[in-house]
Write a protein that binds this ligand. Structure first.
Ligand code: FES
Ligand SMILES: [Fe+2]
Length: 347
């Protein structure tokens, strides 16, 4: 079960052009395309006649023609053409989904369209701000439930084992974590003082020697993680101190879209506070990030298989953040379903 009333990323902006792009989100099949003026459109990917996916049909101007018998739908999902039929049947309609374009991604509202409010999409003040560079977005599919990915994104400790050659370093093992629960999500963080700079960051930081490092892992409901990495010369770190001129900041945005119960589409992009226009830095970053995320993918797909066979036998202190996140998610899903279930009971 998923939280429906939320914006989920359906595709990278660059993936949807003037053709029919099929995606599966929250167990629903959708077709995405762009109108002639570039506006994105999202429709249910199922012709009401014989359920052929509309994505197997043709895009004609701003409409979609079914590839079986030519029922044609406009971007609101209304049937505008029914060959050989005197009057268009009322049931010839497909659902359309609100869609917004932001941060190089196409966001789809999967719940009640009346509640789709674009201001609910995360606000990122650093986006397009002078001095900040963007590592443009990318995506991969992971064969596991999205909550295993969000567990991972609330678990700064895993870098020491999963990402030994990139984000991790031995000197941070076992350092305590702080968990903060807020209205919109959960944050797990820790400052690590006078530790070595982890390999991934070494080639980018402007100082030498040890650092103070902050790992801040925040996941907002239902499935958007903001991972903030701070590296500053040893002795200059802290939440309430003026930033050192050489401070390294990287904000990593991780956007999880459940495909179904056992598959997740994982989108990401990063912002950095240095070399804003350096394409080579962006290229290196993108390459290293994809490599590291592939390390997560291997682990997450294996734990999905492992937990399918046998439930977990214990929890550890590092599970506190993920468990609190999951509890609240469950409540939110139940609260969203409650009016629906009450309505069904009345019928
Ligand atoms: S299946 Fe689409 S028109 Fe028949
Ligand atoms: Fe990871």
């Amino acid at each position: 079960m998923f939280l429906k009333n939320a914006w989920y990323v359906g595709a990278l902006s660059s993936a949807v052009e003037r053709d029919l792009h099929a995606v599966k989100m929250l167990n629903e099949n959708l077709v995405m395309y762009r109108k002639q003026d570039g506006t994105p459109v999202v429709l249910e990917d199922s012709c009401p006649h014989r359920r052929l996916p509309l994505s197997m049909g043709r895009l004609i101007d701003d409409t979609v023609e079914c590839g079986y018998h030519g029922l044609t739908f406009d971007c609101s999902g209304s049937c505008v053409k029914a060959p050989g039929v005197a009057q268009i049947p009322r049931s010839a309609v497909v659902r359309s989904y609100p869609c917004a374009e932001r941060y190089g991604m196409l966001w789809v509202w999967m719940g009640d369209p009346a509640l789709a409010d674009e201001s609910l999409i995360i606000d990122i003040p650093e986006w397009n701000q002078e001095g900040w560079g963007v590592n443009s977005g990318d995506a991969m599919s992971i064969a596991c439930n999205y909550l295993y990915v969000s567990d991972n994104l609330l678990d700064p400790s895993h870098v020491s084992w999963v990402h030994q050659t990139s984000f991790g370093s031995a000197s941070i093992i076992g350092k305590p974590l702080k968990v903060d629960v807020a209205e919109n999500g959960v944050t797990v963080s820790r400052w690590l003082n006078d530790v070595e700079v982890a390999p991934f960051y070494k080639k980018f930081v402007k100082f030498t020697g040890n650092c103070d490092r902050k790992q801040q892992y925040e996941v907002r409901f239902p499935s958007l993680a903001v991972i903030k990495a701070i590296f500053t010369p040893a002795g200059t770190g802290g939440d309430d101190v003026a930033p050192h001129p050489d401070i390294f900041l990287m904000d990593s945005y991780n956007l999880l879209t459940p495909i179904d119960e056992k598959n997740t589409r994982y989108f990401w992009f990063q912002l950095r506070n240095f070399s804003p226009d350096d394409a080579e830095v962006s290229r290196m970053f993108n390459e290293d990030v994809r490599f590291a995320f592939n390390e997560d993918k291997v682990i997450l797909e294996a734990i999905q298989k492992g937990l399918d066979k046998r439930p977990a036998a214990l929890d550890l202190p590092i599970d506190s953040g993920p468990m609190r996140f999951r509890r609240r998610m469950q409540q939110l899903i139940e609260a969203e379903r409650a009016p629906v279930e009450a309505a069904v009971a009345v019928e």
